[in-house]
Design a protein. Structure first.
Length: 116
């Protein structure tokens, strides 16, 4: 069942607002810092190039689906940077390692279909 906002403790609502604010900076920054991995610099609001437009569409899709954020290279890097500020980057690193392991297992099954 969905719970109304009144049902949540005030501390949870304050934490959610803080979380939203911290993630919101990614939508308004003009460039990423060098600590976000291999993403480099992007024009977040650029409408002049096709790549900038696609990136903006990606960012807007992230608020609809967490899976879209994690499946996008442009989404993982800023999310990883955010998790660093929360001292939680190992959670994402673990998830990425699990996804890589799944890919390795599926490649191995395709290569040798006789093993289970």
């Amino acid at each position: 069942m969905c719970r109304t906002l009144a049902a949540f403790p005030t501390s949870c609502l304050e934490r959610a607002k803080e979380f939203k604010t911290r993630l919101g900076i990614f939508l308004h920054k003009s460039e990423l810092g060098s600590d976000t991995g291999s993403v480099g610099k992007f024009e977040w609001g650029s409408k002049h190039s096709k790549e900038g437009k696609n990136f903006s569409e990606d960012v807007l899709g992230w608020k609809e689906s967490f899976d879209l954020l994690l499946s996008s290279k442009n989404g993982v890097a800023p999310f990883h940077a955010f998790l660093k500020t929360e001292f939680s980057e190992e959670n994402l690193e673990f998830w990425l390692a699990c996804e890589e392991f799944k890919k390795l297992r599926s490649k191995k099954k395709k290569k040798n279909p006789t093993t289970h």
